[in-house]
Design a protein around this ligand. Structure first.
Ligand code: IMP
Length: 187
């Protein structure tokens, strides 16, 4: 079993501090509020990794908004590679037809998950659909995706914290850090 001390010891480098994340989330919220002024938004977040980002971003947006949550599986178990297979584990709880949708993602890596999600949500006939991701790892992109709002562009390293996991752990770290490769190569 991992203790909180172990979790921190497994981090090689802190890529984004709590302060950096909070400052950027506030900027994104202000930008989205400005761009979508006068409209009502529906934020669709993708569990579980986007949970802290969603919670902070929604409070940084000064527009009337609804939220909905989806859960999809992309990476199986504790691996660090995308399988390309996307399964919907939890669907939207209400219709998004005619609504202005903002997808709230934690990270875009190959883009396969988001590509699937965008196509799925477009099929539900929203008035508009925008994408906001906290992190973008463009080095490994396999499909082209137009991202409207990006928190940080990061190098091709496996990161955890602020919602992001490895084997379901590390999500509760307040920062984003690079997981020591020994942690996943040992298993
Ligand atoms: P994609 O389909 O390859 O773009 O992967 C998207 C999903 O993979 C994200 O929503 C995360 O759940 C997971 N993922 C991708 N890169 C990382 C990472 O560096 N750390 C933790 N999870 C990641």
């Amino acid at each position: 079993m991992r203790t909180m001390v172990d979790q921190t010891a497994d981090i090689g480098e802190i890529l984004l501090t709590e302060d950096q994340i909070q400052t950027r989330v506030a900027e994104l919220g202000a930008q989205i509020s400005n761009d979508m002024a006068g409209r009502q938004l529906t934020l669709v977040s993708v569990l579980k990794g986007s949970l802290p980002f969603m919670a902070d971003l929604m409070r940084a947006i000064s527009l009337p908004l609804r939220i909905d949550l989806m859960e999809v599986s992309s990476y199986g178990g504790a691996t660090t590679e995308s399988s390309g297979l996307v399964r919907i584990l939890k669907d939207l709880s209400s219709s998004i037809e005619g609504e202005d949708i903002l997808i709230v993602e934690d990270i875009i890596d190959t883009g396969l998950t988001l590509n699937y999600l965008v196509r799925y949500l477009r099929g539900k006939k929203p008035a508009s659909l925008r994408i906001c991701t906290l992190l973008d790892k463009p080095a490994r992109r396999l499909v082209e995706i137009d991202v409207d709002y990006t928190g940080f562009t990061i190098p091709d390293q496996f990161v955890v914290g602020y919602g992001l996991d490895y084997g379901e752990l590390y999500r509760n770290l307040r920062f984003v850090g690079v997981l020591r490769p020994e942690v996943y190569t040992q298993e």
